[in-house]
Design a protein around this ligand. Sequence first.
Ligand SMILES: C[S@@+](CC[C@H](N)C(=O)[O-])C[C@H]1O[C@@H](n2cnc3c(N)ncnc32)[C@H](O)[C@@H]1O
Ligand code: SF4
Ligand code: SF4
Length: 366
Amino acid sequence: MFYLICKYKQIITNYPIFGVEIFVIMKKYFAFQWHITDQCDQRCRHCYIFADRNHKICETKWQNLTQTLDNIVDMSHRMNRLPYLYITGGDPILHPRFWDLLQLIHSKYIPFTLMGNPFHLDLDVCEKMYSLGCQKYQLSLDGLRHTHDHFRKSGSFDLTLQKIPIIKASGIRCSIMTTVSEDNIAEIPDLIDVIVENKVDVWSFARYCPTDYKSVNNQGIAPLAYRDFLDKCWAKFTKYKDSKTTFNLKEHLWTLYLYEEGWWKIPQSADTYTIYGGCHCGDCHFTITADGRLMACRRFDSDVGSYDQNMYEVFYGKKMNYYRQYDQFEKCQRCELLRFCRGCPAVSYGYSGSYYAPDPQCWKAV
Ligand SMILES: C[S@@+](CC[C@H](N)C(=O)[O-])C[C@H]1O[C@@H](n2cnc3c(N)ncnc32)[C@H](O)[C@@H]1O
Ligand code: SF4
Ligand code: SF4
């Protein structure tokens, strides 16, 4: 056995090579959600980019893309982390220098996922993306046909399903993201059947974040209705446990659900001072927007700097420190799951204007 041990240990994989198990302890990843353009063929009703009807379409200039990539590499190096890019838009393929950017990223051996639309994909395009290092392509499905098309665009649902086998045939893993709200929650368990039938590699969901808390006059999905929803999803996951689809438990309140159901326990070795899980904001995530802003998270108003500042310094700066005050979580600070959950602070912000307000869907009494 060979051990390659780096400073930040997070991902442990074992590769059987020539029958020998090689355990690799890798550096912890730092995720960059990189919006390179706002250009898009859809105007989805819930989209944070177009929430402001007067939004001016932005597209990052080539010189700024290369400068940002250098900044990403420098920051990751100084933090002793591995960069992982989530390149997105809008639809990133609509950027005129999209292929040049992929080539540049490939030359630096940086792994990436593309998060885009189905409209401009065919086998040649996907194979080219794969040859340039794309590991995963994330599409969206926001309900069954009628609901999805109502949110997005007529014909979008069927087209998305058509592109799944094409992405997979190219060698790229296909992932589907669903944005859950009061308007589609009832359909999601049936959507899981569609996901599995279509052999999607990875499915995950996140909650809708209102884009203007001042005009929101409710708290969204009722907490116990949300728990019931997780229960229904869990039943489907169990039914499909031998399918080809991996169900990613990205939604933070899964921790509470699994804890209550006895599927997950607080590790005995866990100390009281370490943050072990929950939202990555302030820990290993940055968003870069097409107009060059650095944000703690794209889902709420969280500007912390701009692409031409040194990202390492911004990350350790005063503005980012605001998002690392774990004892400020109004409700979670009294909860034994503080170090593992904290709900979704972007959802809290969307309903209240406060990052540290209680998660409106958390049903736990503390
Ligand atoms: C901005 S889109 C870019 C990629 C691609 N155009 C798409 O729609 O999948 C990335 C993800 O953000 C989600 N999203 C957009 N607005 C949101 C909001 N207000 N709250 C939560 N998720 C949102 C979309 O549904 C999508 O899954
Ligand atoms: S397709 Fe994606 S980027 Fe375009 S409007 Fe919809 S959510 Fe926003
Ligand atoms: S109170 Fe906070 S940490 Fe506890 S379960 Fe709810 S969201 Fe999670």
